[in-house]
Design a protein around this ligand. Structure first.
Ligand code: PLP
Length: 415
């Protein structure tokens, strides 16, 4: 199988696997890290080691100023969705408890379902939800944000760092600065960005990360919470994770997460260059194939993403969102799957929900409105450390073949 769906979940890195195996080999691996006995204390020490490695890694890839992140600023969760719930609900309730007037939550119209569906829950809790529009370049509209913030009644603004379907990197510092100028808190869903891009979290109060998007184990998440930021727990129980996330921690998972993040951060620049070279190769080959795949465009445009360098990133380097034109590309993900290539048409997390409710993703809806063609089919190609030029060549060959055989079977070789 050729795996081009890293944005859905990346293969477990050897470094992560080794870190987890090493932990499971320890005599104390059975212990609860919150237990009083010696075995528990050894497990707790390893958990704190993982937290410290993740703190150092986060500082390395972001512009966080503090000399050393305080352990209380990093909270382990079970995945990205849970980190987002804790951050957004925790901040919203924490702010409102301090000042009941701050009863509004702003999210962008491009957020992952983990944020957009959560806003419906926040609305049930009495929060007013305001949706921040995006511009034609699919970045958030800062003028619109200004108008949404004018009443100084906003508790928290949440904008995704890098988009999971189109890869666009949002102006998080500018959004955070505006939020702070109006007394609001700033959260970012950085699940697709952590250890994939250099981050700037200088204007961010809380950020959400997930291990499985960067080669760590599934089901491990992390929340960064700037010190002294008001945040209420959303789960009660044993009071683990500094009282913010009750429940016994997964020490092996935390160590695997830390090892994967450290490896990715240590190789961030070279990895970025590699992914950019793969994308350039893909686009070159797609252009070469335009005789057979004539109506191919990308959002942002092919020209936009082709001009990226590692110091000038506006789109996640591993992710290429193509919009294929022509009926032959209907069911493209299924057709590629039959050809042994795993890719996707958007977010894997929402594909079941979409099938059940027959709903296109918000991104697809925006694309459909923006690209004036009757037959458009999105295809998300997300590459990772194990991807190669040969994978890109195989993808292009498969697309050409799908286009050729589709047209042949519809009886029209000419469009
Ligand atoms: N946010 C973004 C941008 C994502 O891409 C995903 C997963 O696809 C999530 C949140 C949810 O993360 P998890 O699946 O770890 O709960």
């Amino acid at each position: 199988m050729i795996y081009l769906d890293h944005a859905a979940s990346a293969p477990l890195l050897l470094q992560a696997r080794r870190a987890m195996d090493t932990y499971y080999d320890q005599w104390y691996a059975c212990a609860n890290p919150n237990a009083f006995h010696h075995a528990g204390k050894c497990a707790a020490r390893d958990l704190e080691q993982a937290r410290s490695t993740l703190g150092n890694t986060l500082q390395k890839v972001s512009k966080l100023a503090t000399s050393r992140l305080h352990p209380k600023e990093l909270i382990f969760t079970r995945g990205g969705t849970e980190s987002i719930h804790l951050a957004l609900m925790g901040l919203a309730h924490g702010m409102r408890a301090k000042n009941p007037k701050r009863n509004t939550v702003i999210i962008s119209e491009l957020e992952h379902h983990a944020v957009s569906e959560l806003s419906a829950l926040l609305a049930k809790d009495g929060f007013e939800i305001k949706i921040l529009k995006v511009t034609d370049s699919l970045t958030v509209d800062l003028n619109h944000l200004k108008t949404l913030l004018t009443e100084n009644n906003v508790a928290v603004v949440s904008v995704m760092y890098a988009h999971n379907e189109i890869g666009v990197i949002e102006p998080i510092q500018a959004v955070g600065k505006m939020a702070h100028e109006h007394g609001a808190l700033m959260h970012t869903d950085a699940v697709q960005a952590f250890c994939h891009l250099p981050l700037d979290l200088t204007q961010v109060d809380a950020a959400s990360f997930a291990a499985h998007k960067l080669g760590g184990p599934r089901g491990m998440g992390l929340m960064y919470l700037r010190r002294a930021t008001p945040c209420q727990p959303i789960m009660v129980g044993g009071g683990q994770e500094h009282g913010l996330r009750s429940g016994t921690q997964d020490v092996a998972g935390a160590l695997g997460f830390a090892a994967a993040a450290q490896f990715m951060a240590d190789h961030l620049e070279v990895h970025t260059e590699y992914l950019l070279s793969l994308r350039t190769h893909l686009l070159t080959e797609l252009r070469r194939a335009t005789i057979s795949v004539p109506e191919l465009c990308a959002v942002p445009t092919l020209a936009d993403i082709d001009q990226q360098t590692s110091s000038n990133l506006t789109v996640n380097p591993g992710l290429t969102h193509l919009v294929l034109g022509g009926k032959v590309f209907d069911q493209i993900v299924m057709k590629l799957d039959e050809a042994g290539i795993a890719a996707s048409s958007g977010s894997a997390c929402t594909s079941t929900a979409r099938t059940q409710h027959h709903q296109p993703s918000i991104v697809s809806s925006i694309m459909q409105a923006r690209i004036p063609r009757a037959e458009r089919y999105p295809l998300r190609i997300s590459a990772g450390h194990a991807s190669s030029k040969a994978d890109m060549d195989a993808l292009v060959r498969a697309l050409v073949e799908i286009a050729r055989s589709g047209r042949a079977s519809s009886g029209s070789l000419r469009r």
